[in-house]
Design a protein around this ligand. Structure first.
Ligand SMILES: Cc1cc2nc3c(=O)[nH]c(=O)nc-3n(C[C@H](O)[C@H](O)[C@H](O)COP(=O)(O)OP(=O)(O)OC[C@H]3O[C@@H](n4cnc5c(N)ncnc54)[C@H](O)[C@@H]3O)c2cc1C
Length: 464
């Protein structure tokens, strides 16, 4: 089917948030209150922080303030790949923290195990399936890059199978695949909005007070408490954890490290039994292709296909605007790529098209820190891989606020900050040059031009 026709009836909203499971909003904060810990942000970062603060100490008085609705932002509109990696993939981690990578891999797998345990413990109905991820190659240079890393990855104990063309097409049937790897334990598939709503319920069940539609407009350090000012009331808190993602930071220094990058996705209608037969996909893995500009795709529990990625768009000036959540040019491109990957699904239509904003930092993986004499902690910069890693970041924030030295707080990855982005307009020019260079690398067997090699040497990068 012509991509325009396949997209014609698609609704302009995130599929996951368009669900009957969406709960009614919790009340706004009216009046003044106090808390031992105030968490700002109701995405995965904030929700895990509030939940685990109560798990660590049930007597703690915890308040969570969300400016809009729980899970409305990246957390409720992503691909739903909960990855074990804490470093945006093993290659990025190996390059930046080689001496820590085996610890980081172990901590990441434990974190993902514990997400599965929490989902079961709180009975969260979010379609959690620990199916792993297929990394598929569509060009020979991608296979070569995979085999370069295979040995070291294997030594680090990552369980994966190398699949040749026939084997990978037996998993998921696409004429574009020439080989790949199945990383067995590294990833779970889930419905991200239902996870966010389930965590909200779990927080409430432990006594967290959640206020929705309550943006924190300013923060004041009165020495006795941290005061969070909202439109209709103030929270005086002993400690504060910021899980505010890429949005206007309450702590000014964060703005040097984060840029908003838009990522887009489509959702198909459910596949019929014949269409499922035509693609196979019996093991229901998440799939990612291996170019620099990559697609990610997966099945939902009612056998739709979510198809996203490829374009990672930075709008010059670095603003966050609702209109950026829709980009027809990208939707058409994604629909065209879908039909090349799955020609046997040519009759399938898309029901939803949407975008969302990612908190990109120059090292592609989250950074952590403290301010206000240790009474405030933050974690941000997940760069498109925060579904799993935000829970680790939440634990880091709680460790930092407790003043304890833990295995997590002693990591170089936790103690170091990314290289800051330059100010505008150099920032926009540099990012657009990098996006162009990345696209060129994909056209030239992955070869990185002088610009990308220079950035690599500086530890500065751009990704989604
Ligand atoms: C299209 C798309 C696909 C993605 N796919 C994947 C994937 O498959 N796997 C993966 O691992 N990651 C993926 N990601 C990234 C992942 O969604 C994020 O890393 C993760 O959700 C970040 O969670 P967060 O809580 O830090 O931020 P957010 O979800 O952005 O939440 C931040 C919250 O803070 C609130 N807030 C901000 N400032 C204030 C304030 N002053 N007062 C009150 N509230 C405030 C916001 O309203 C928001 O709700 C994807 C992202 C997008 C956009």
């Amino acid at each position: 089917m012509d991509p325009l026709k396949a997209l014609a009836d698609a609704e302009r909203k995130p599929y996951w948030l368009d669900s009957p499971a969406k709960p009614e909003p919790l009340p706004r904060l009216f009046g003044n209150t106090t808390a031992d810990l105030a968490v700002v942000g109701g995405g995965f970062s904030g929700l895990w922080t509030a939940l685990m603060a109560k798990e660590r100490d049930p007597s703690l008085d915890v308040v969570l303030l969300e400016g809009r609705r729980i899970g409305w932002a990246a957390s409720g509109r992503n691909g739903g790949f909960a990855m074990a990696t804490l470093t945006h993939g093993i290659a990025n981690g190996l390059e930046r923290w080689p001496e820590e990578i085996s610890t980081l891999e172990r901590l990441g797998v434990t974190n993902l195990d514990e997400i599965g345990e929490a989902v079961a413990r709180y009975d969260i109905d979010c379609g959690y399936e620990r199916t792993g991820e297929l990394h598929v190659a569509t060009e020979p240079w991608q296979l070569e890059a995979m085999s370069e890393h295979a040995e070291i990855t294997h030594e680090l104990g990552v369980r994966f199978d190398i699949l040749d063309q026939e084997q990978i097409r037996a998993e998921v049937n696409s004429p574009t695949y020439i080989g790949g790897q199945w990383e067995r334990d590294g990833c779970a598939m889930l419905d991200p909005a239902r996870l966010a709503w389930g965590l909200r319920q779990a927080c409430l069940s432990l006594g967290v007070r959640i206020y929705e539609r309550t943006p924190v407009r300013a923060m004041k350090d009165s020495q006795v408490s941290m005061d969070l000012l909202t439109p209709n009331g103030t929270v005086k808190a002993g400690k504060v954890a910021l899980g505010t993602g890429v949005f206007q930071p309450l702590l000014r220094r964060l703005k040097h490290f984060l840029v908003p990058v838009y990522d887009y996705a489509l959702m198909t209608e459910p596949l019929s039994a014949e269409q499922m037969d035509a693609v196979g996909w019996h093991n229901r893995q998440g799939v990612g292709d291996s170019a620099n500009q990559f697609h990610y795709y997966r099945l939902t529990d009612d056998n739709r296909i979510l198809w996203g990625g490829y374009d990672a768009v930075y709008y010059n000036g670095g603003k966050i605007k609702p209109e950026y959540e829709q980009r027809d040019e990208t939707f058409v491109k994604l629909a065209e790529h879908f039909s090349v990957t799955f020609p046997q699904l040519s009759e399938l239509r898309f029901t939803h098209k949407w975008g969302g904003v990612i908190d990109t930092c120059s090292r592609f993986s989250a950074f952590y820190g403290q301010a206000h004499g240790g009474r405030l902690a933050y974690a941000a910069g997940y760069t498109g891989m925060g579904v799993g890693a935000t829970r680790f970041g939440a634990n880091v924030m709680l460790d930092l606020l407790s003043g304890e030295r833990t295995e997590r707080t002693e990591l170089r990855m936790v103690q170091e900050k990314p290289v800051p982005f330059p100010p505008e307009p150099v920032r926009s020019a540099g990012i657009q040059m990098t996006r162009w260079s990345i696209a060129q690398a994909d056209l030239h067997q992955g070869r990185r031009n002088l610009w990308l090699r220079t950035l690599d040497r500086m530890g500065l990068g751009f990704d989604s």
